[in-house]
Each structure stands twice: as structure tokens, then as C-alpha cells.
Design a protein around this ligand. Structure first.
Ligand code: HEC
Length: 311
């Protein structure tokens, strides 16, 4: 609901956190330990000898507690950050009564830290060999992977041959979680050689693509005619391309879009009119575009829980 002013560096760093699997022990745990565990840990006696229970009866100091949740039930639904209070509460505006850490009791998490938690949940909330201080407590069975995701309903596993063909263009083609029919397609290197013609090849798996990174490619608005036909697209990076408002206008049917990166493109305020119709958008990057701060702020307010990064 607010326009985030991030520095260029932070924004790039945030964008870069997405691809690799997040490691709980080295990446997520330090964030929880620093910001949350003070209030969400094993019961202890304070100086006056009074028993202090974990707030909300939620313990975040061990894998068992994190999966068990608190008074309001589960805190983490593996594969689904939208249904995970642990992530939802850190996203809330600081003045919201459910925001974590509570107002005045700690600094809101940085964008990077919230992204790490989100990615960890999307990856399946895997603790690896980390158990934390409630070692011994059973870790609840992992929730069903993304295949239980309503978005995956009706999608069939993409044919191997079609995936191979796309890989042969230098793309990395991976299921978004193990055994999911939904795919993530990105170019780790060689993006500069990819243009509109190559993007046409992706249409062979149109119903499978959920995450697509076309940043730094030489695509034009033309490629978005193809991209507009990916009904399950939730995550799209177009930063550093020649895309303009005319291209963004083609995306108006991508109702599942949650994340859109348009930084360093030629888009202007005109694109915001298109994007306002995409009610599931939560993160939009508009740094180094012609979008004006006033319109960006209006846009941010037009969709609940939308974060807009302009600089
Ligand atoms: C200064 C104390 C404090 C800190 C720090 C804090 N919380 Fe909380 N938390 C609370 C209190 C109090 C509640 C219970 C009231 C409520 O539900 O809002 C709570 C409740 C919660 C709940 C809901 C539990 C349930 O099932 O009812 C979640 C999830 C949560 N916190 C996550 C976090 C996360 C994640 C962090 C760190 C980013 C954090 N909290 C940091 C005090 C804190």
C-alpha cells in the first residue's frame, strides 16, 4: 500500500535473490533470530520470576514450532506465502495491528529479508538439517507441494520434447517446485541473444509457465503478444528491455500476475492504467522508467497490499 523507496543496489540485490533455493539455516534463521525470536521463543522466567509465554503462543526458535504455528493456527503453509501468516504479517503496513514486529517494538523487515522468507516458503519451507531449540519436537509433515496450488489445477506436465526445445535456446527450464507442472523459465546467461522469435517458441508450454525472466533480452513489445497467452503467469521480469506501454497493454489478461519487474524500460504512467486491472499484483518495479512519483503512489493505493518500487 505504500511506495517503497529502495536504492538501486537493494533493488538489484532483491531481484537476484529469486533463482537459487533459499537455505533456512544460513539465510532465513538469522532474520528470524534477529527480528522475531525475542518474543516468539520457549517459555522462560523473567527477572521477577514470572513465566513469559511465547507471544501468540507461537515459537519461532525451532522447526517444530514454526510449522505448528500459534493461537491462530499454522504460521507457514509450505508452497503458499499468501496463506502463511509468518510472511503476511511482515508485509503489513507498520500501523496495522497485526504487523510484525509490532509497531514500536522493532524495525520492519527489509525488502530483501521479506523476499527471502517468501522464497523459502515457495520452495517448500524446507529446514534442511536445522532443528533449532525445540529439537525433538516433531516437524509437521510438509504440506502438499505446489501441485495442490489452485493455479496448477488443469495444468498437465509439459512434454519433455517441448522443454528440450526451449532449453536448446539457452534457457533454464525448471518446475517451480518438485513435481509441479508449473515451470520457471529464465536465462542465466546469453539473454542478450534472445528476441521476439525465440519467445514464440515458449508458446509450446504456454499453460505451464508460471515464472518467466526475460530481463536483459532484446525482445520488443511484439514478444508480449506471446507472453499474454500464458494464463498461469505469476512472476514476470521484463527489466532492461525495449518494452513500452504498448507492450504492457497486451498483458491486461494476465490476472494471476503477482510480480512484475519493468525497471529500466521505456514505460510511462500510461502502463499503470493497464496494471491497475491486475488485482493480484503485489510487487511492481518501476525504477528508471518514465513513471512519475505521483501516479506511482496512486497506483500503489489502487490494489490492496501492492508494493511499488520507483527508485
Ligand atoms: C516485541 C514482540 C514481538 C516481536 C519482536 C515479534 N512479534 Fe509476532 N507477535 C507478537 C504478539 C504480541 C503476538 C500476538 C498478538 C497478535 O496476534 O498480533 C504476535 C503474533 C504473531 C503471529 C501470529 C501467531 C498466531 O498464530 O496467533 C505471527 C505469525 C507472528 N507474530 C510472526 C512474527 C514474526 C515473523 C516476527 C519477526 C519478523 C515477529 N512476529 C516479531 C509479538 C512480537
Amino acid at each position: 500500500m505504500k511506495v517503497l523507496s529502495t536504492t538501486a543496489g537493494l533493488l538489484l540485490a532483491a531481484a537476484a535473490t529469486a533463482p537459487a533455493a533459499v537455505n533456512f539455516r544460513t539465510q532465513v534463521w538469522p532474520v528470524l533470530a534477529k527480528n522475531c525470536v525475542e518474543c516468539h521463543r520457549a517459555p522462560y522466567k523473567d527477572n521477577a520470576g514470572k513465566m513469559i509465554e511465547p507471544k501468540g503462543r507461537l515459537r519461532l526458535d525451532g522447526a517444530g514450532g514454526i510449522m505448528k504455528g500459534g493461537n491462530e493456527g499454522e504460521s507457514v503453509v509450505a508452497g503458499d506465502p499468501d496463506k502463511s501468516p509468518l510472511y503476511q504479517r511482515i508485509l503489513l503496513p507498520i500501523d496495522h495491528e497485526d504487523a510484525m514486529p509490532p509497531k514500536g517494538k522493532g524495525k520492519p523487515l527489509s525488502f530483501n529479508d521479506s523476499e527471502l522468507i517468501k522464497e523459502w516458503i515457495i520452495d517448500g519451507a524446507d529446514f534442511g538439517d536445522w532443528k533449532g531449540s525445540d529439537a525433538g519436537a516433531p516437524v509437521a509433515a510438509k504440506a502438499a507441494p505446489k501441485t495442490a496450488d489452485p493455479l496448477a489445477a488443469g495444468a498437465t506436465i509439459a512434454p519433455e520434447a517441448a522443454k528440450q526445445k526451449i532449453s536448446s535456446l539457452g534457457a533454464l527450464v525448471t518446475p517451480i517446485v518438485k513435481d509441479s507442472p508449473l515451470l520457471r523459465i529464465e536465462w542465466v546467461s546469453g539473454a542478450g541473444a534472445i528476441g521476439d522469435k525465440e519467445v514464440v517458441e515458449l508458446a509450446a508450454v504456454a499453460g505451464n509457465i508460471s515464472e518467466l525472466d526475460l530481463s536483459g533480452t532484446k525482445i520488443t513489445d511484439e514478444a508480449l503478444t506471446t507472453v499474454a497467452k500464458f494464463p498461469r503467469l505469476t512472476w514476470l521480469k521484463l527489466n532492461g528491455t525495449a518494452v513500452t506501454d504498448a507492450g504492457v497493454a497486451k498483458l491486461k489478461g494476465l490476472v494471476n500476475l503477482n510480480y512484475l519487474n519493468l525497471h529500466s524500460t521505456n514505460v510511462s504512467d500510461t502502463s499503470l492504467t493497464t496494471l491497475t486491472g491486475l488485482r493480484k499484483l503485489r510487487q511492481v518495479y518501476l525504477w528508471k522508467t518514465r513513471v512519475t512519483p505521483g501516479e506511482a503512489a496512486k497506483f500503489a493505493k489502487s490494489i490492496p497490499d501492492l508494493r511499488v518500487a520507483l527508485e
